[in-house]
Design a protein around this ligand. Structure first.
Ligand SMILES: [Zn+2]
Length: 279
């Protein structure tokens, strides 16, 4: 049996949570068989840090973007900052993210979130990059927004929507990513969505430093722990872990690499939005 090649499609290892032991964290994921980690920004400084890590560490790629929680603090010319980063460091940036909508109580004004989200969807289209979408209590609204940008590609990260919303995302050609929350006893909805997700549209992630999977729940999460998420997903899907590893490598390459982008660009009707009635 060949060694596993796990891909963590969402880990914020540029955050201060990892400042004291980042090199040990990287060494641990390398020896655990994690061959690629995608590091999304949540604002301009953390996007720049993600790019810096990607430029200096093998096996890391960056995503740049402004998170809905950070949209009130975003500088007015945030799109220019993101464009400049993309222009200077194009080879290490594989997506615009994480961006999206978060309608939890206490989050910024919904209209302001929508504006910041849509400006970044426009940027992603202009740069030919996929998007990494955060949605909390806002899956339908995120899908509605994405539908307004034909040709947009991306992944619904840490999916928290219903099985119907999952079907709509898949119909739109999107990928859907799940975290270690699928190991939590109360997370029946996430498990149901993962089971309903075709493996061709599936991705997995840690969302480190958050959401450490059982049996490590409560600890700071890190990419080396992704093996627990793969294990849980392979049991829920009834797919051998080795087969799942290969499929998810293929999926990540299709979404995040140049070759994948070219392949996608040749496909027509991928961004079809036939189910806009679902909210
Ligand atoms: Zn995140």
């Amino acid at each position: 049996m060949s060694a596993p090649c796990y891909i963590d499609t969402h880990a914020h290892v540029q955050l201060a949570d990892f400042d004291l032991d980042r090199s040990e964290v990287i060494a641990r994921w390398q020896s655990a068989g994690v061959c690629l980690v995608i590091v999304p920004g949540v604002d301009i400084p953390t996007s720049a840090l993600a790019v810096h890590l990607a430029r200096t560490t093998p096996g890391i790629r960056a995503a740049i973007g402004v998170h809905p929680d950070d949209c009130t603090d975003a500088v007015p010319d945030f799109v220019d900052h993101l464009s400049k980063l993309a222009e200077d460091c194009g080879e290490t940036i594989v997506a615009i993210g994480e961006i999206g909508l978060d309608f939890k109580d206490g989050m910024p004004d919904h209209r302001q979130q929508e504006t910041v989200f849509r400006r970044q969807l426009e940027l992603a289209l202009a740069l030919g990059l996929p998007v990494i979408v955060h949605s909390r209590f806002a899956t339908g609204a995120c899908l509605d927004a994405l539908c307004a940008y034909p040709g947009i590609r991306g992944v619904m990260h840490c999916f928290g929507g219903s099985v119907d919303e999952l079907a709509r995302a898949v119909d739109m050609g999107l990928y859907v990513s799940f975290t270690g929350s699928v190991t939590f006893p109360a997370a029946n909805n996430a498990r149901a969505a993962l089971q309903a997700c075709p493996v061709e549209h599936l991705l997995l992630e840690t969302d480190a430093p958050y959401l450490a999977p059982i049996p490590l729940r409560g600890r700071r999460n890190e990419p080396a722990f992704i093996a627990h998420v793969y294990h849980a997903a392979s049991l829920l899907k009834g797919v051998q872990e080795e087969v799942l590893c290969r499929q998810l490598q293929h999926n990540a390459a299709a979404l995040f690499t140049e070759t994948g982008r070219e392949t996608h660009a040749r496909q027509e009707n991928v961004q079809d939005c036939p189910r806009t009635e679902v909210v």
